[in-house]
Design a protein around this ligand. Sequence first.
Ligand SMILES: Nc1nc2c(ncn2[C@@H]2O[C@H](COP(=O)(O)OP(=O)(O)OP(=O)(O)O)[C@@H](O)[C@H]2O)c(=O)[nH]1
Ligand SMILES: [Mg+2]
Length: 302
Amino acid sequence: MKITENKDLKFGRVVLVGRPNTGKSTLLNAIMNQKVAITSPLPQTTRKNTRVIYSSDKGKIIFSDTPGIFNKVEDYVSKKVNLQAPKEILRADVVVCLVDISRPKGDEENKVIGMVRKSRAKKVLVYNKIDLAVGTHDYLPQYNFLEDEFDATVSISALKNKHVKQVINEIFNLLPVKPENEIIKDIEVLSMTNRPLIGISSDEYISELVREKAYLFLRKELPYSVNVEVTEIKEKKNIIVIKAKILTTNERYKKMIIGKDGRRIKEIGFNARKELELMSGKKIFLDLWVETDKHWPERVMV
Ligand SMILES: Nc1nc2c(ncn2[C@@H]2O[C@H](COP(=O)(O)OP(=O)(O)OP(=O)(O)O)[C@@H](O)[C@H]2O)c(=O)[nH]1
Ligand SMILES: [Mg+2]
């Protein structure tokens, strides 16, 4: 990709942070106008930092979606997940901090704010889910005091795509004018490597999509124990054959994922297949099975 020499263009790194479930991935999808990150009502939907490039006539931004920050973490996966966001905050030019105004402020917000406070980046506070909570049904008074610490505040609905453009405008206003060579290099590398990440040929994207559908049908305690691995993608003339396994740490969970007469795994597979077919415009054969593997967290979450 050729980066133009136009000196009015702005370049930078922007990180989305917040506690789990505030809508960071939903906002990234709205910004990008396509699904680049999976979303779900369960915490820890995002497990690793996901970087994508946003381009407009104003410039280019490397957006980084981070996993939600937990206050107390005990299990191995959550501990690893909690280390992801701070790494990205360190490198960011602008930190976008999301809060969910439909829920009261919790200790997790304090932890997030503590991290954001340490950063020298410019800061945007985003009140999300205004479609759920306006006027008497919101917890805005619990968050308002934060505004003094931020360079800009925007109220949005990421899900309904309300005022998302305003977030982008505020980010561009706050980004430094001068492009840094290092960022341009990162953008070039990312633009070469991340295209498959959001395409049908990507193991990673398919695994994430199946994990999203699994979360749709699972209970709260399960996400921490589940991972998806694609073992085969074969593109034939009229059909793409995909084999993937859902790994879980416990026999009991395995039974829950399979469900009575295999109903749950079928539902997961059906929903994942439908979305993959929509994306690819091709017929998909998706072969899913469930395996117990106590050690996937140590392999995957390094
Ligand atoms: N009503 C409403 N729901 C939203 C909005 N934004 C996100 N959601 C929902 O909130 C839930 C969590 O959204 P995610 O985007 O997965 O949240 P996240 O912050 O990325 O969560 P983690 O990856 O677990 O940290 C999903 O069910 C979304 O559909 C919004 O503006 N309004
Ligand atoms: Mg997320």
